[in-house]
Unconditional design. Structure first.
Length: 346
């Protein structure tokens, strides 16, 4: 009875502790991922300096530069490009409305579309309503973004603070976590290696492919004369985390709009390049690159990445494959232990 009561108390206290850490789950997760990825560099630095506190502090400075410099450049570029697009739209509202009318008229007068007897005025009103909805959506989310800026900086500070101790005391924290999970040291090490390998492969492939897709898409948009090519390229980098669909959310509508507005070679160029280079390369290379490093089936990579994004948010593109990899590793341990127990019984 005492053992049962103690186990119940242990479970309640553990759940209460995890509930306290719930608001900081995302920054702690990223701190663990970054610490695991950069741990070899920290170990080499520690061997030279022989001072854990100084080595961890230098690693924090390096990682802060790696994160903050691209972030500042990206935000500045987004603000500059967005202001230019907004000013051009504000200064030429009549021309844009006329272009929409011309595009709708050209589409409805097409021989294949004319048989549907579509109303030009109805489509124009729908375009206006869609533009109004998009503007309201952007305004609301920009407001949310400014309101959540303080929360973001708090979580970023928690991540940096935790990262320092993950570097300095990472081995002790890992050993203690393995003991608390009632795992053998060998199995705990296997799970840790799976965690780091999957996170490293997912981040490397996503950043590599996303960067290539964003740069190539931005160049194509610039060649075909689309305004704000740089900001569209940055959006492609962000959208590249979506498996299967990815950048097609941006380049496919752009190509169709160019075709409908009479810019034939521009639309054909965008659609052809998007299908043959951007999407085909992503769908072929992503599962091959990630799967070769973490031994995951392409279908499992697709489902875990998409499911992670839906359930866990933006960080899910890394969490999803990690959960899938740990799931397979634990079942593999179970199969081996069951097989060994069966063999011993016989």
């Amino acid at each position: 009875m005492q053992s049962i009561l103690f186990m119940c108390l242990l479970g309640l206290v553990t759940l209460a502790f995890l509930y306290l850490l719930k608001p900081f789950f995302i920054p702690l997760f990223w701190a663990a991922v970054i610490a695991g990825i950069f741990k070899p560099l920290y170990d080499r630095l520690l061997v030279k300096l022989k001072r854990p506190n100084l080595s961890a502090s230098l690693m924090l400075c390096l990682i802060a530069l790696i994160i903050l410099l691209p972030a500042v450049f990206t935000v500045r570029l987004l603000v500059t490009e967005s202001m230019q697009i907004y000013n051009s739209i504000s200064a030429d509202t009549g021309a844009i409305e006329q272009k929409v009318r011309d595009t709708v008229s050209a589409a409805t007068n097409h021989p294949y579309v004319r048989s549907f007897n579509m109303d030009d005025q109805f489509l124009i009103e729908k375009f206006r309503q869609a533009a109004k909805d998009i503007a309201n959506y952007i305004f609301v989310h920009l407001t949310d973004f400014t309101q959540n800026t303080l929360v973001f900086f708090i979580q970023f500070g928690v991540m940096i603070y935790a990262l320092y101790f993950f570097f300095r005391d990472g081995d002790r924290i890992l050993r203690r976590a393995i003991q608390m999970c009632f795992l053998e040291s060998g199995n705990g090490k296997i799970l840790y290696e799976k965690f780091i390998a999957t996170a490293r492969a997912t981040l490397r492939v996503t950043m590599l492919l996303g960067g290539l897709q964003g740069i190539s898409g931005g160049i194509i948009f610039y060649i075909t004369g689309i305004d704000g090519a740089m900001i569209w390229g940055l959006l492609m980098v962000v959208m590249a985390i979506l498996p299967g669909i990815g950048c097609a959310i941006i380049w496919a509508p752009a190509g169709v709009i160019m075709l409908l507005s009479g810019h034939l070679w521009e639309g054909v160029t965008i659609l052809t390049f998007g299908v043959l280079v951007i999407s085909l390369g992503d769908n072929l290379l992503r599962p091959m690159l990630i799967g070769s490093d973490v031994e995951l089936h392409p279908l499992l990579i697709f489902l875990s990445t998409l499911g992670g994004l839906v359930v866990l948010g933006v960080s899910g593109f890394v969490m999803g494959p990690i959960i899938a990899s740990l799931f397979l590793a634990i079942w593999d341990m179970y199969d081996k232990s069951s097989g060994n127990a069966f063999a011993d019984h016989e």
